[in-house]
Design a protein around this ligand. Structure first.
Ligand code: RP5
Length: 166
């Protein structure tokens, strides 16, 4: 787990410890971009009171975005979105039984009025969630916006133009 940041801008929340290997990818991106965040286990089914408090207090605590990952009956992102206007970015965790399609459908099919910005299943989704959260924070932070632009430029520069034999 990362060192706690005194003033996190992003909340990384997940339904279980077993989600951390995926969700830590979002944390790695936020570390690279210098965005302070906190990581918490908050389960819609196992710790509903914790979910309620987290959602209720998120805006007042200064969080600008929440990255919420869950697998299977993945109600965490949607329930958080029902309790806060802080933007919620959902990460469908890959599951053994159904490959994460269950998580994806649980997160993406929100009723109108309570959006969750749903990412791809698994690691790519977690990485993009970190980038999306950073982009949200960057709208009010020009220095962060510059770091995000540089991060993208470095990625583009790392992609070879010509394929080579393996
Ligand atoms: C969900 O159930 C969690 O988000 C996790 O992806 C899944 C399995 O949890 P564990 O049984 O591994 O704790 O609530």
């Amino acid at each position: 787990m990362p060192d706690p940041s005194p003033d996190p801008l992003v909340g990384l929340v997940m339904g279980s410890q077993s989600d951390w290997p995926t969700m830590s990818e979002a944390g790695r991106i936020l570390d690279e971009l210098g965005v302070p965040y906190e990581a918490r286990i908050v389960s819609a089914h196992r710790t509903p009171d914790r979910l309620w408090s987290y959602g209720t207090e998120a805006a007042g605590r200064g969080l600008r975005a929440i990255v919420a990952g869950a697998g299977g009956a993945a109600h965490l992102p949607g329930m958080l979105a029902s309790k806060t206007i802080v933007p919620v970015i959902g990460v469908p965790i890959e599951t053994r039984a159904l490959g994460g399609i269950d998580s994806l459908y649980s997160i993406v099919q929100m009723p109108r009025g309570f959006p969750v910005a749903t990412m791809a299943i698994g690691q790519a989704g977690a990485i993009n969630a970190g980038l999306m959260a950073a982009a949200i924070c960057a709208t009010a932070d020009p220095a962060l916006a510059a770091r995000l632009e540089a991060w993208r430029a470095a990625l583009a520069a790392s992609i070879p133009e010509v394929p080579r034999d393996a």
